[in-house]
Design a protein around this ligand. Structure first.
Ligand code: GAL
Length: 690
């Protein structure tokens, strides 16, 4: 079990009199001066100062420029840019520059290139074309890391190290021979003997039994479904292989510059699922994340969900928003500009969930290359533009939020459990339904909490749950003994647990918990299911919840109640299993264990309201604005910072909340806080109940 997180924050440069500056929020961007002529750099720093930029990430994709050939180096430009930034009071989050190997290296050593599951080489031409397990890549990349660390160890601008970039963004799954060898080594560490591996992988099936370690391969293209445990272990291994590479860079940096914190930018967003960040967080000094808004009706909910989860991966301590966009990106099918208010709202939603840095990709929008249509802080239109003015306003807003810097997330009374093993395993092939989406189910619950106006923490599965009143575990598919016991204890201790369909089904080896579904949770829930009843695309079932009724899709189950104490909260009204329970609740002492056997999507809101009532968890927001406003709270020993985020495109007035307005407006001295469309207000209130 890992608990960790940021224990060392940015090492801000000292001021003239040797003092560290007072805490503040970091504001800035990826900065790629090598894409521009020298004269633009002066213009850049002038604009940065005017916008309140105090940090930039430099050299992320600079390897080919820094090391033009195997034996030549060119640091003059980087020396100059670091000096220039420092002279202008701008700190540097310095990348190790290893993210994208230069052409001379891939030409001399094509064996560092990743290979797909179908045996195709991933050629250079874009970026991140390297095998995490390649010894040759490591040798060259780590040499660069060492050279960077030695050269810049004492540079006064250096405030943090930025390892590589978005590790795994384009190279999470590599099926090369290097990967095969490293996979075997990883397996030998996991399984003491080959017999253990054969048992864990269930190789008695389809004549897959291994008689020597070197027969084992990554799950390359096969005639039918590759062994599921092999697939699951390959996912675990692939996350670990990149983590191992992260550690290799980090160890060099810690050795040569022990006072400089090390981070790397995660991608807690959308369906990016290859890297188990809850596990990675303990390897770095503070957590950083990149987040881009994904279009759709839940776009802002997804941003909030990701920020919330990032904060809890960081153990509730401040984290660094390393990248997001000022406006459109360039990599979606249609790249839409942000609407008025969204730039500030998106940024402050991250801050609401614990970000102490708001940075963008990138400072100046590129003129050439694949990202020239991606927005930046200085757009093609230049300084005199609506977008750049919005950037300056954001800088000013962040300055007024300086008191928030260093505060932590104030725990909510409710939590959603998030587990990478279950994400990976529940979406494997050869399952009852291949449209099941683990993260979407968790996000749907999150949206329901937002609609109810109730704060919820999205927490990794290793989190101590004892402080929570209500915990939702959506599709908690993989349940090893320890996790099952912890959830059982949570309920026995008076907690209210909600689990959904396809939970409790397998152990850590992806072997079924026998005796009827939902396996590990059958007894706790007091129910038993003999067969799943997945629903075809377009098929739905009506659920009678005692109120207006809701609709279930994707999944249903014929539930048999095995404990007379179990109450049925909702019934299937239509479908094959009409008349049988759809949602059940087993009271356990002062706690309870609830089961939701179908996908309710937006229909979760009324169901969740009832569960919250039963658990005695109220909204902290005034009734009229619940659902329209998201509340997130950060705290210090003395203060609470209440972030009120308008989720709507109309003005919302929030009554009944006292407190000093740090951001936003209050009508009169004691009137309502007035939230503009998509607006955000932040109130400072005395800490209660600490
Ligand atoms: C990130 C990446 C940046 C930039 C950005 C564009 O994945 O780290 O370098 O490409 O996306 O949205």
């Amino acid at each position: 079990m890992s608990t960790t997180s940021p224990h060392r924050w940015l090492r801000w440069p000292t001021t003239g009199d040797g003092e560290r500056p007072t805490p503040r929020l970091a504001f800035g961007a990826d900065y790629n001066p090598e894409q521009w002529p020298r004269e633009v750099w002066d213009e850049d720093v002038r604009l940065m100062r005017a916008a309140g930029v105090n940090i930039v990430s430099v050299a992320i994709f600079s390897w080919a420029r820094l090391q033009p050939t195997a034996d030549t180096w060119d640091f003059a430009w980087l020396d100059a840019i670091l000096d220039l930034l420092h002279e202008n009071g701008i700190a540097v989050d310095l990348a190790t520059a290893t993210a994208s190997p230069p052409p001379w290296l891939t030409t001399a050593h094509p064996e560092i290139l990743p290979v797909t599951s179908t045996g195709e080489t991933v050629w250079p031409g874009a970026r991140q074309h390297w095998r995490p397990t390649s010894p040759v890549f490591r040798e060259h990349a780590l040499r660069l890391v060492r050279t960077m660390a030695e050269r810049y160890a004492d540079h006064p601008a250096l405030t943090a190290w930025h390892v590589s970039n978005e590790l795994g963004c384009h190279n999470i799954y590599d099926y090369s021979d290097d990967a095969a060898g490293a996979f075997r080594t990883w397996l030998r560490n996991r399984y003491p003997t080959l017999d253990d591996l054969n048992d864990a992988w269930g190789t008695a099936f389809w004549s897959q039994r291994y008689s020597a370690w070197d027969q084992i391969l990554p799950p390359r293209l096969a005639g039918s479904h590759p062994n599921p445990t092999q697939q699951l272990d390959f996912k675990r291994f692939s996350s670990d292989a990149l983590k191992d590479y992260l550690r290799a860079e980090r160890d060099i940096l810690r050795d040569l510059t022990p006072d400089v914190p090390v981070t790397t930018n995660f991608m807690v967003m959308g369906e990016t699922k290859g890297m188990d960040y809850a596990d990675w967080a303990q390897e770095i000094d503070f957590v950083s994340n990149d987040h881009y808004v994904l279009p759709g009706v839940q776009a802002h909910d997804e941003l909030s969900f990701s920020a919330n989860l990032t904060g809890h991966i960081a153990g509730g301590l401040p984290w660094f928003l390393m990248e997001h966009s000022t406006s459109a990106v360039n990599w979606q099918p249609v790249n839409v500009a942000k609407k008025p208010g969204e730039l500030v709202r998106d940024s402050l939603t991250h801050v609401a969930h614990g970000a102490d840095a708001v940075c963008f990709f990138q400072w100046r929008q590129s003129r050439a290359g694949a990202e020239k249509y991606h927005s930046g802080m200085v757009p093609h239109a230049g300084e005199d533009s609506v977008l750049h003015r919005a950037v300056r306003d954001l800088g000013a807003t962040l300055e007024s939020l300086a008191p928030v810097a260093g505060s932590h997330q104030l725990p909510a009374r409710t939590a959603i459990l998030f587990d990478w093993d279950s994400w990976w395993a529940s979406e494997l092939d050869s399952h009852p339904h291949n449209a099941l989406r683990y993260r979407q189910e968790a996000l749907d619950w999150y949206s329901a909490f937002l609609a109810a106006g109730v704060r919820v923490d999205v927490v990794p599965a290793h989190t101590d749950l004892s402080g929570y009143d209500l915990v939702v575990a959506p599709v908690l598919h993989v349940v090893p003994g320890g996790l099952g016991t912890r959830l059982d204890e949570f309920v026995q201790g008076g907690g209210h647990l909600v689990v959904t369909y396809f939970s409790g089904i397998v152990d850590e080896n992806d072997h079924i918990h026998l005796g009827g579904y939902p396996g590990a949770f059958s007894e706790l829930l007091g129910i038993r299911v003999e067969e799943f009843a997945p629903l075809l695309d377009g098929e739905s079932v009506l659920i009678d919840d005692g109120a207006d009724g809701v609709e279930g899709t994707l999944w249903s189950e014929p539930i048999t109640v095995t404990d007379p104490a179990v109450q049925t909260l909702a019934w299937y009204k239509t479908g094959e299993h009409g008349g049988r329970p759809a949602i059940t609740r087993r009271p356990v002492g002062s706690g309870s264990a609830t089961y939701v056997s179908t996908r309710l999507g937006t229909g979760l809101t009324p169901v969740l309201r009832r569960l919250l009532d039963d658990a005695g968890v109220p909204s902290e927001l005034p009734a009229p604005v619940r659902g329209d406003v998201e509340l997130a709270v950060r705290a210090t020993d003395d203060d609470e910072f209440w972030f009120l985020v308008n989720r709507t495109a109309h003005q919302v007035d929030v009554d009944e909340l006292s407190g000093e307005v740090l951001i936003g407006t209050r009508a009169g001295a004691t009137g309502p806080v007035v939230l503009a469309p998509r607006g955000v207000a932040v109130l400072r209130r005395p800490r209660t109940g600490a």
